[in-house]
Design a protein around this ligand. Structure first.
Ligand SMILES: Cc1cc2nc3c(=O)[nH]c(=O)nc-3n(C[C@H](O)[C@H](O)[C@H](O)COP(=O)(O)OP(=O)(O)OC[C@H]3O[C@@H](n4cnc5c(N)ncnc54)[C@H](O)[C@@H]3O)c2cc1C
Length: 375
């Protein structure tokens, strides 16, 4: 049986950030990913937006870790040469009754420590984005975009440079606590092997609840329910009509079908929200009409024939349809009674933005907070 200091389950951006953070703090970290390549799920199926932190309830983990993580992320991208752009974002009211929502965003942002928002008139918006229609807008200059692929590559490079290791096609199938240490059963290439570890982090994304259920002895009452909210994207073929991110007001479990740009300037619209029971990344092309209707509210010149099916991602949610949005759940020993274990549940947006800050929280929960990595 192999022995390591720490096993991190799940090689998405969160598992990579956590394993890197622990490795930098001097903890021997082994990252286990069941797919052939890391980042195959939510971490490569998202909008790649660096969020400013204006939507989340003040004091929540989402608010605190988004704002802190955003600062860390810009610095990290700069220092490590991760492709990114601080392109800014417009949030639009397209009807008078949406102005109040923008005012709420402005208040929430201020309370979250985001102090750089500015109100724009329709004329000022037209100067920035001539194709956009609105009655008022908020401008968020600290919102940006990044290459999530580059980010994950850089995290992996740091992990390995600090003595950590990633094993792919390595699925955690069972764990149990024995004399204060975890015994973790891992299936790799059809064969099972057991590892012993002092620290265990469950960063399995959509499968976090399943991994927790596979921890023999963990009280099931501590495992929150999982809800899946799929988001589809359509890309816009041809010349891009936008230079900035453009968002309507949020609603219904998502941030509204918005404009995001990739680093080459190509436009994609999405994600919408479809509550689903099983993980399924197929694109339902019949959604084109609903997309076109939502987009035309702020981009009346849309030619729907230019919308092409893009990709889909699935949000790991802790609240179901119609319920108020839930916070991130970073559940350490105080939350479940199992020493040396941290479970990460409901790491939906803004998880990519907050990844470095989430990693600090996990390190602190495990008592490995020495040597802050990015502050
Ligand atoms: C549609 C959408 C749009 C989003 N847009 C943004 C955005 O613009 N900005 C932002 O900040 N955030 C955004 N997010 C959120 C962000 O993408 C996630 O918070 C982040 O990617 C979560 O990373 P993760 O590592 O927790 O999950 P994942 O990337 O899903 O990684 C979990 C990993 O665990 C592995 N795994 C599962 N079970 C096991 C097992 N038993 N053994 C070993 N490995 C296992 C999986 O294979 C997977 O690779 C968005 C999310 C979605 C879905």
């Amino acid at each position: 049986m192999e022995r390591v200091d720490c096993i991190v389950i799940g090689g998405g951006v969160i598992g990579l950030a956590v394993a890197r953070r622990l490795a930098i703090a001097g903890v021997e970290a082994l990252l286990l990913e069941r797919e052939a390549v890391p980042g195959s799920h939510a971490s490569s199926r998202n909008s790649e937006v660096i969020h400013a932190g204006l939507y989340y309830p003040p004091g929540s983990l989402k608010a605190r870790l988004c704002v802190r993580g955003r600062r860390q992320l810009y610095r990290y991208c700069h220092d490590r040469g991760v492709a990114h752009r601080r392109c800014g974002k417009l949030i639009l009211a397209v009807a008078d009754d949406e102005r109040a929502t923008l005012r709420d965003y402005g208040d929430t942002a201020r309370r979250n420590g985001v102090t750089d928002l500015a109100w724009l008139t329709p004329g000022e918006v037209a100067a920035l984005e001539p194709a956009v229609r609105c009655v008022a807008a908020l401008w968020s200059p600290s919102t940006g975009i990044l290459s999530s692929h580059d980010f994950m590559q850089a995290l992996l490079g740091d992990l390995e440079a600090n003595g950590g290791m990633l094993a792919c096609r390595a699925e955690v199938v069972h764990a149990r606590l024995e004399r204060g240490r975890h015994r973790v059963l891992v299936r790799q290439d059809g064969a099972c092997s057991e590892f012993e570890t002092r620290l265990l982090v469950n960063a399995a994304g959509l499968e976090a609840q399943a991994v927790a259920q596979a921890c023999a002895g963990l009280d099931p009452a501590t495992i929150p329910p999982r809800y899946l909210a799929k988001g589809h994207y359509f890309t816009l073929q041809g010349r891009a009509p936008f230079q900035h991110l453009v968002y309507p007001v949020a609603g219904g479990g998502g941030l509204g079908i918005h404009v995001t740009l990739d680093l080459a300037g190509a436009v994609r619209f999405g994600p919408d929200v479809e509550w689903i029971a099983e993980i399924d990344y197929s694109i339902d092309e019949s959604r084109r009409d609903a997309f076109a209707a939502a987009i035309r509210r702020y981009y009346p010149g849309l030619d729907a024939a230019r919308l092409q099916p893009g990709y889909a991602g699935i949000r790991a949610k802790l609240a179901g349809p119609g319920e108020p949005a839930a916070d991130f759940c970073i559940q350490g020993p105080a939350g479940h009674g199992w020493p040396g274990l941290v479970n990460l549940y409901g790491i939906e947006s803004p998880g990519l933005t907050a990844a470095l800050a989430i990693a600090d929280e996990v390190a602190a929960a495990l008592g490995a907070a020495a040597a802050p990595a990015d502050n």
